[in-house]
Every structure is written in C-alpha cells, then in structure tokens.
Design a protein around this ligand. Structure first.
Ligand code: HEM
Ligand SMILES: *[C@@H]1O[C@H](CO)[C@@H](O)[C@H](O)[C@H]1NC(C)=O
Ligand SMILES: *[C@@H]1O[C@H](CO)[C@@H](O)[C@H](O)[C@H]1NC(C)=O
Ligand SMILES: *[C@@H]1O[C@H](CO)[C@@H](O)[C@H](O)[C@H]1NC(C)=O
Ligand SMILES: *[C@@H]1O[C@H](CO)[C@@H](O)[C@H](O)[C@H]1NC(C)=O
Length: 543
C-alpha cells in the first residue's frame, strides 16, 4: 500500500482498490490493511483469486454467456423440438436457478451500509445495493482509477446519449412493449426524491400491483369502491375507465375478475373478493411478464414457461428486495420514438404527455393497436435518446454518483463477465471509444449506467451483453421470488378455486386485452414483419 501513499500522498483505504475478486468481501484492518473473506466463493488466497479444485471443474464446464445466448437465439428447429418435452422444464429450471442465484437473498448492502447490518436488512425505505457503495474516503469517486473529476453528466448525455436519427430496435420491439415496461416497472421503481438517492416509496419491493392498487393502504381505500371487491371506475360513452389519470392506459381490469369470483362465492364480503382478486391480478401479471414480455425481450427460441413448481425442489428464497442498480439499469428511454402515430395521425410529445383525453377520445383498443404497430427505439449502443427524455439520462448518472455506485467493470465481474480492458473493446464505435477515454481516462472508471447503455449491442439485439446478464437475474428473482410462487401459496384455494387459478395460468397479453375490449386490436410486444419493414422508412421521411 506504499504505492498508494506515493500516488495520492496519504494512506488510502485499501478497499478502494477493489482487491477482492469473485465476490470476496473486503474488510479494512488498521489504517492500510485489508482482508478478503472468501467464504463459500469457491476461491481462496489473499484476494480470493485461486480456484478450489471443484471450482476449476465448474469453470471448465460452464458455457460462457455469449455462447449460451447464441444457442438460445439460434437453432429454432431444435427448440421447437424441445418445446413439448420434459427437457423444456429442465432448461427452464436451469435458466431460473442460474440467473437468480446471482442475487443475494436476503439482501445485503444499501447506500449507507457497505457492510452487513441489521438496519440495511430491516429498513425497507432503502433500495438494496448489490455491491457496497464506493467507500466515502476513497481518493476518487470511482475508487482509485480515472481522472480527478468525472465527466459532466450533461456532456455525456449530449455526446453519447442524444439521438441523431431514430434507430428502431432490430428485435422489432414496439411501443406497446415500451409502455408495458414503464407501467410494470413503476410499481417497484419509485425513487423517493424528497430524501436522497437510494430511497424508495414502493415498499412492496416487487410485483405487488401497487401501480393499480396504490402504494399505501390509505391510497388503496381511496381507489376502492367498497362494494363487491371492486375498484372505482367512471363511465365515458358507456365504457368503463379507471377513475384517476394514469400515464399509460390501464388494462388490468380488476373488476371483471371480481364479477367472476362473486358468482362462485356469493357469501364472500367486499374485502375477501378484493384481496383474492388482487392475488389473481398479480399472478396474471407475472405470467404475462415472463411468457410474453421477457420472451420477446430475450429473443430466445426456448419457449419460456411460468411454472413455480419448477423451483419447488431447488434452494430458493421467496423474498425480494429491489436494488438501486436494477432501477438504474431499467432507464430504457431510448425506446421512445420521435413522435407517436395514433390512428394514422402524428401526435407530438407535448400533445401526448399527461394527456388522458387520448385514452377516452380514442378508446383503449385504438391505443393498443397503434402502440403495437409503432416501432420503439433500440435501447443499447448510444445516440438514440430523444431530446424530451435526454435529461433523464443526466439525472440517472447524477443519482448513481450520489449513491456511490461502483464502476461498470466491478459489476461485470460480479456477474461473472470479464471486465473490459479498453474502451475500444467496450464499443465498436471508435469515435465513442475515443471520447469516453478522454473523459474517463480509464476503462475501470467507466460508470455503471453509461456502461450498460453505451456498450456495443449484440448482433441484431436491443442491447448489449451486460444489460442481459445483469438485468435477467434481477428480473427473474423478482418475478419468482414473489410469495405467490411459493409452495404455500401456489394452489387453487389461494385464487378462490380452480377458476381463479386457471385465470392466472392462462393469462396472456392477448387475453388480457381481448377480455377488456369491444373489438380485438392488433396486440403484441413486437411490430409485425410488415410494419418492421415499413417503419424505419416512415420514420425517416417524417424527420
Ligand atoms: C414519454 C416517455 C417518458 C418520459 C417523459 C419519462 C420521463 C421520466 C422522468 C422525468 C423520470 C425521473 C427521472 C429522475 O428524476 O431521476 C423517469 C424515471 C424513470 N423512467 Fe421514464 N420516461 C418515459 C418513458 C419511460 C419508459 C418507456 C421506460 C421503460 C422502462 C421508463 C423507465 C423509467 C425508470 C425505470 C425510471 C426510474 C423510476 C424511479 O426510480 O423512480 N421511462 N422517467
Ligand atoms: C491482491 O490485490 C492487491 C491490490 O489489488 C495487490 O497489490 C496484491 O498483489 C494482490 N495479492 C495477491 C496475492 O495477488
Ligand atoms: C409448443 O407447445 C405448445 C403446447 O405445449 C403449443 O401450443 C405451441 O404451438 C408449441 N410451439 C411451437 C413453436 O412448436
Ligand atoms: C429508514 O432510514 C431512514 C434514513 O436513516 C430513516 O429516516 C427512516 O426513519 C428509517 N425507516 C424506518 C422504518 O426505520
Ligand atoms: C390531447 O389529446 C386530445 C385527443 O387526441 C387532443 O384533441 C388534444 O389537443 C390534446 N391536448 C393537448 C394539450 O395537446
């Protein structure tokens, strides 16, 4: 550590060098000493770098993520064959366990506690942090690497995030997907900006449908009709709409399910009808998110399956805590187009945002149809954030600094990916590599969010390797860690009997929309082949 004294002129906290590899825990002793706790990492040595024999074998056999991704997104004939066999269950189980095992459960750190503490376990006003925050006493905000000061977030946004020309997602993602992403994730990403970075207002820490039922008991009661288990509603031109404004149209029609339950359980009171319906709605959401939403996003030919019983013989904790890193990672604003095409008419951002008359004027069917036909932007690769949302990228970077989130490369390691050795390996865009190198000075100082968003995308994919390898574990752990998926809950009685259980098990995006609309719009998470070919041209002539 004398090296540190020469370089920085004072004794540096040795944990600022992130010496412990393979998830070893850095503990500071004395002034300039540290120890790595390598317990159960499968490695030993001062820095947890020497693999145990068993680890050596495991590493030899483990396919690297890009190879696994390649297999899952190619050889359609093979996956079609697998579709109906028990092998599908085996592969699905493997996907679930290998992904969710990367998320510590119970949760560990938060913005205040870089070591384990009862407070960080118990106080759910915090988001958890997967990696401890960069220690306060490090010489630099990223630890010890990079320049004296980090690049101006505004400069980063303008130079690397700002859209030049709309780039549609090559996977064909549409606006229906984009608004589902926003609507779905805002039930658990609800940063409490009144405090400071790292606090949440969504105490459910997962899929609790608080975006429908409110995030407090008080709010829930304001939204409830207190009759037949139902929520309040309003009639516009004889159609049922939610009572309050909401950014995205709300399709999750709780009241329809109440009627079905009430027919079978005439003795149930308002409370039981309400509560049981809520569980059914939560189950439906998880089902649709895995089998329609994640299915689309993954690009896998493996047909994903929502079946909690797959994990009943595995070691798996039915609990979840939302991580700040997950919230950062999900700022997918490049999805947003240049303008919205609704019923063939162009609608600008100023006409669109907060305009609830769009929903009542066009009706939910027309909006679903229009959103399903319009291409969303590619998330990864940079230069694809519309001006209107550019400020959000800036705010995300500021939040990450306030929360002292560790560098991108440390997260690469945490998720079993090789750290990048240069900006030129990180991106194929030489101009971007050069610019980032000038601004950050060192690839090990590159921040988490810019790392995820600017990384070279996988061929024909919506984003790069890191977004998938880091996002999928958080996502699957959150979905399957729901109490509904536990052996105690996952049975017909929880949902009021076989009818309710069947509603959950048969939920699809198409069903959801069809059960709640007068006519059947085109509804998908991707634009049709035809639209996909048409859209880029349409977009460019508009510009
Ligand atoms: C019209 C489109 C949109 C606008 C104007 C918009 C705007 C914003 C704004 C102003 C914030 C707050 C930023 C901050 O204070 O730090 C935010 C947060 C966020 N947005 Fe968007 N957004 C849009 C669409 C989307 C979409 C399609 C997604 C898809 C995933 C998304 C995901 C998020 C997430 C995850 C957050 C963080 C929420 C939190 O932690 O509280 N947004 N957005
Ligand atoms: C452990 O890491 C420190 C700091 O990165 C380094 O100086 C030291 O040489 C490493 N020790 C071993 C045994 O690899
Ligand atoms: C997979 O199997 C399901 C029924 O188990 C069937 O509905 C579906 O069409 C099959 N998909 C493919 C791609 O073969
Ligand atoms: C959680 O921590 C914050 C910040 O220290 C504190 O203001 C809040 O009261 C704590 N919440 C609970 C429930 O203890
Ligand atoms: C909101 O949408 C309605 C219906 O499309 C439109 O007539 C109105 O002009 C929009 N409002 C604003 C403020 O642009």
């Amino acid at each position: 550590m004398y090296y540190a004294i020469i370089l920085f002129g004072f004794a540096v906290n040795p944990c600022c060098y992130y010496p412990c590899q393979n998830s070893g825990v850095c503990v500071r002793f004395g002034n300039d000493h540290y120890q790595c706790d390598c317990t159960r990492t499968g490695f030993y040595g001062d820095n947890c770098t020497v693999p145990e024999f068993r680890t050596r074998i495991r590493l030899l056999l483990k396919p690297n993520p890009s190879f696994a991704q390649y297999l899952l997104t190619h050889f359609q004939w093979f996956w079609d064959l697998l579709n109906n066999s028990f092998l599908r269950d085996t592969v699905m189980r493997l996907v679930l366990t290998s992904r969710s095992s990367l998320i510590p459960s119970p949760p560990t750190h938060n913005t205040k506690y870089g070591y384990l503490s009862w407070e960080s376990y118990y106080n759910t006003s915090y988001y958890t942090l997967l990696l401890p925050p960069v220690p306060e006493d490090c010489p630099l905000l990223m630890g010890t690497k990079g320049k004296q000061t980090l690049p101006d977030p505004k400069v980063l946004a303008e130079r690397f995030f700002k859209r030049k020309k709309f780039r549609p997602d090559p996977q064909g993602t549409n606006l229906m997907f984009a608004f589902m992403a926003q609507h779905f994730t805002h039930q658990f990403f609800k940063s409490n900006h009144e405090v400071k970075a790292g606090f949440t207002k969504a105490f459910g820490h997962g899929v609790d449908a608080s975006n429908i039922y409110g995030d407090t008991l008080e709010r829930q009661h304001q939204l409830r009709l207190h009759k037949d288990g139902k929520l309040k509603y309003q009639l516009v031109h004889g159609e049922v709409f939610p009572p309050t404004v909401s950014e995205a149209p709300v399709y999750m029609k709780h009241n329809r399910v109440c009627d079905i339950l009430r027919a079978e359980h005439p003795t149930w009171d308002d409370e039981q009808l309400f509560q049981t319906t809520r569980l059914i709605i939560i189950g439906e959401i998880i089902k649709i998110i895995i089998e329609d939403y994640v299915q689309h996003l993954s690009g896998y030919f493996l047909k994903l399956k929502f079946d909690p019983t797959l994990l009943f013989n595995e070691r798996f904790q039915y609990s979840n805590r939302i991580a700040l890193e997950f919230g950062q990672l999900y700022h997918w604003h490049p999805l947003m187009p240049d303008s919205f095409i609704i019923d063939g008419e162009e609608v600008t951002y100023s006409q669109f945002i907060y305009n609830t008359s769009l929903l009542t004027h066009h009706g939910v069917e027309k909006l679903v149809d229009s959103f399903s036909r319009q291409a969303a932007g590619q998330i990864g690769g940079g230069h694809n954030s519309h001006e209107v949302v550019l400020k959000v990228a800036e705010m995300t970077i500021k939040e990450s600094r306030e929360a002292r989130i560790q560098p991108f490369n440390e997260y690469r390691k945490k998720f079993n990916l090789k750290p990048y050795t240069s900006f030129y390996e990180f991106t194929d865009d030489p101009e971007m590599a050069k610019g980032l190198e000038e601004l950050y000075g060192d690839i090990d100082a590159l921040e988490f969010y810019p790392g995820l968003m600017l990384e070279k995308t996988r061929p024909n994919a919506i984003f790069g390797e890191s977004m998938v390898e880091m996002g999928a574990p958080f996502s699957l752990k959150g979905l399957l860690g729901n109490p509904l998926c536990s052996p105690e809950y996952w049975k017909p009685s929880t949902f009021g009997g076989e009818t309710g259980f069947h509603i959950v098990k048969s939920a699809t995006l198409q069903n959801l929309v069809c059960h709640n609309s007068k006519w059947y719009p085109y509804v998908h998470f991707r634009v049709s082949k035809k639209e996909q070919e048409m859209n880029p041209r349409k977009q460019s002539t508009e510009l």
